[in-house]
Design a protein around this ligand. Structure first.
Ligand code: NAD
Ligand code: TYD
Length: 355
């Protein structure tokens, strides 16, 4: 049974990927996650007892811990998702983004390279270091155009700059040392188990908690939305079939303004959990100060992954959003635990600082 490492597997996308890999593939998965505020093992209860799943509470900045993990588990590759991921947090405090996204990726690359360089020659080409990145590294689009793999890098926020830096490191480790790498750049994800600081879960949580729905600026910024399980399928495909040294864009063909997203969420909530006073959740929308340096529009051209690897998204925006709202309404405990910090105490009791 071959092993792969998933870093950041207790986060939103990583947990969706691990649930998919354990349910649908034969991989043995080692989840390497530090369990920051954004990591929640409650997203992995479905797989927690599976013999093909292993959890290690480890920091990707800890080279010693990584060396032990590589030697112990001898993986055929790594899918690297561990990161600080929220733009607003990066504006208020960029330090953790530099540490984890840049230094952490560097440390992981070096640990992977040390392990890979000792593999037998016949095993080296099959190894993959798959770096999971964002379309935000390409900067902001105007009214028209799409990001392609060859779009120039123009990151605007501390978050996207730190992800761009990590992409460049991965590219350099491939070209300089020959480490077999692939990079994926994906658009905005939504779905179950997303920490309620990002647009979709924050709006659902605030709506049902009778709090305001804060719209930055005019609400006319555009994002290209992808359902998280479609992203997870794409990641598996690129890890298993992607060509070393290549990058692949992943996107959902779902460009929406933020107001369109919030209105769609309010309509679903009006239907599924009507307000007690009979009014629409739309009444809770409030305009707030714009995010500094707010990128206007992101949109992905996913032709390459569709043509070369046969991936297409299966979920429409309407069907994906309905599933998402349904999941949050059905799982108030998950949200309550992450918001209150209760889950962190549970994790500390159960996992402490064990690697
Ligand atoms: P997330 O914030 O939900 O999860 C990040 C995970 O990484 C958490 O479990 C956290 O505990 C872990 N982590 C953070 N620092 C760590 C460290 N030093 N060592 C080990 N683990 C650490 O993020 P997400 O939304 O699931 O995003 C995953 C990846 O996908 C990120 O690299 C992000 O840049 C990228 N991405 C996200 C989106 C999106 O819309 N969410 C879109 C494109 C790309
Ligand atoms: P977010 O989910 O933070 O993702 P990103 O900044 O990585 O695209 O934000 C998505 C969009 O929603 C972005 O244009 C900012 C906007 N937004 C709001 O208008 N209000 C909010 O409370 C949040 C969190 C985001």
């Amino acid at each position: 049974m071959d092993t792969l490492f998933v870093t950041g597997g207790a986060g939103f996308i990583g947990s969706a990927l691990i649930r998919l890999l354990v349910a649908e593939s034969g991989w043995r998965v080692v989840n390497i996650d530090k369990l920051t505020y954004a990591g929640n093992l409650e997203s992995l209860t479905d797989v927690a007892d599976d013999p093909r799943y292993v959890f290690s509470r480890s920091d990707i900045c800890d080279r010693t811990a990584l060396d032990v993990l590589f030697q112990t588990h001898r993986p055929v590759g790594v899918i690297h998702l561990a990161a600080e991921s929220h733009v607003d947090r990066s504006i208020h405090g960029p330090g953790d983004f530099i540490e984890t996204n840049i230094k952490g990726t560097y440390t992981l690359l070096e640990a992977a390279r040390a392990y890979w360089s000792m593999l037998e020659a016949k095993d080296k080409p099959a190894f993959r270091f798959h770096h999971v990145s964002t379309d935000e590294v390409f900067g902001s689009l105007g009214e028209s155009g799409l990001f392609v793999e060859s779009s120039s890098y123009q990151p605007n926020s501390p978050y996207s700059a730190s992800k761009a830096a990590s992409d460049h490191l991965v590219r350099a480790w491939h070209h300089t040392y020959g480490l077999p790498t692939v990079i994926t750049n994906c658009s905005n994800n939504y779905g179950p188990c997303q920490f309620p600081e990002k647009l979709v879960p924050l709006m659902i949580h605030n709506a049902v908690s009778e709090k305001p729905l804060p719209i930055y600026g005019k609400g006319d910024n555009v994002r290209d939305w992808l359902y998280v399980d479609d992203h997870a399928r794409a990641l598996r495909l690129v890890f298993e079939k992607g060509i070393s040294g290549e990058t692949y864009n992943i996107g959902g063909h779902n460009e929406k303004t933020n107001l369109e997203v919030v209105d769609a969420l309010c309509s679903l909530l009006d239907e599924l959990k009507p307000r007690r006073d009979g009014r629409s959740y739309r009444d809770q929308k409030v305009g707030v100060a714009d995010r500094p340096g707010h990128d206007k529009r992101y949109a992905i051209d996913a032709t390459k992954i569709e043509r070369e690897l046969g991936w297409t998204p299966t979920e429409s925006f309407e069907s994906g959003l309905k599933k998402t709202v349904g999941w949050y309404l059905d799982n108030p405990d998950w949200v309550a635990h992450v918001v209150s910090g209760e889950y962190r105490q549970w994790m500390d009791r159960n996992y402490g600082d064990r690697a």
